[in-house]
Design a protein around this ligand. Sequence first.
Ligand code: PLP
Length: 428
Amino acid sequence: MHDFKYKNKQLYCEAVNISNIAKKVATPFYLYSYNTLLGHFRKLQKAFSPIKPLICYSMKANSNLSICRTLVKAGSGLDIVSGGELYKALLVGCDPKKIVYASVGKTEEEIRQAIAKQILFFNVESLPELELINKVACDLGVIASVALRINPDVEPKTHSYITTGKLTNKFGIDFDTAYGILQNRGKLSHVQFNGLHMHIGSQIIDSQPYVLALRRIVGFIERLRKEAIRIEYLNIGGGLGIIYSEEKPQTADEFAKKVLPILKNTGLKVILEPGRFIVGNAGILVAKILYVKKTPLKNFVIVDAGMNDLIRPSLYGAYHEILPLEYKTQNAKRLPAGKAGNAQYDVVGPICESGDFFAKDRILPKVIEGEFLAIMSAGAYGFSMASNYNCRLRPMEIMVKGNKFYTVRKRDSYVDLVRKDVILEFLK
Ligand code: PLP
């Protein structure tokens, strides 16, 4: 499942002892396994091989250039949601014909840039957006390719913040509206309708909501075909869940087994846009314990990473497994031994918010100041959601391949913090 394993009580990433990295570079840092990253991409490719889909890795999960380049080199396309992601996608050499562009709020300038680069298509989320794309394409004297993002109104049984396929969500277009748009497509002279798209949410562990949504969409496509409306592509989105804790998400094979029968004989070209499934378990966040603080009610482990580095626990109450980089022998400074040498801790960061935590009431092997902890499964929506809150430096990112490790993003510097700020003349 991933290449982070203990050998002789030391946590390794592939063939590298992570403690050796932690002793050399400043913590906190993200650490990615090249093998795990590629392995997950290939698992999905293999599971869906009967229909040879285009897999467009969803860059929002982690847009580090080396991560994206690894996947692009392996044949992946990219799913983007902004001009910035388009810029990075082209920088890593992604063929524009393998780029799909979602987002409910594409600006005119972003639309213009993407049309100029001739991406595969926009996943269109509303009628006004479609009209704007038509206008921009008309200005440029070209035809823009689009897929309508359908909101199939299914319950993906995930966190409400990452549920996107219900009619109460801002995403996509309901079937009736989509039908109306397609019937009136002749009024939009500068768009070509290439496909339909859906993305029903993230961290979905069961295939049932996909099956339900796909049956609805494929039924809709059949109805369109009867009216001579041709749909070439079906983009089934991302959202595949991964293991953070006790959950048992569908594997790529199990997922494919459930959805392939619906997709197989449709003649549709299929696109998948997974993010978390590919990169989630391929990354960890390594932090150093600054203090172990005992209060009348709690034991706090205060680490040098904060919610600015990894916001998922604060934002979604998300669970991340926390492991010591080394299992050491007991030490006099440790808290009194509990059951099997463990103790209960809140693992927290240094930021001035009580929401700045990585775990609450977590049973961990007893730890002491100066030790390192690995916050697991932090590859997706980790660094990509990081900020400089509290003027903290966003962490370094490192990639391990075999027995070597490489910096894939330097840590921010203090100069980075002020590079764009201006002290007004009259204040000088
Ligand atoms: N596609 C779209 C349109 C999305 O909005 C997202 C995530 O928000 C994804 C794909 C990737 O989702 P995940 O990382 O859960 O696979």
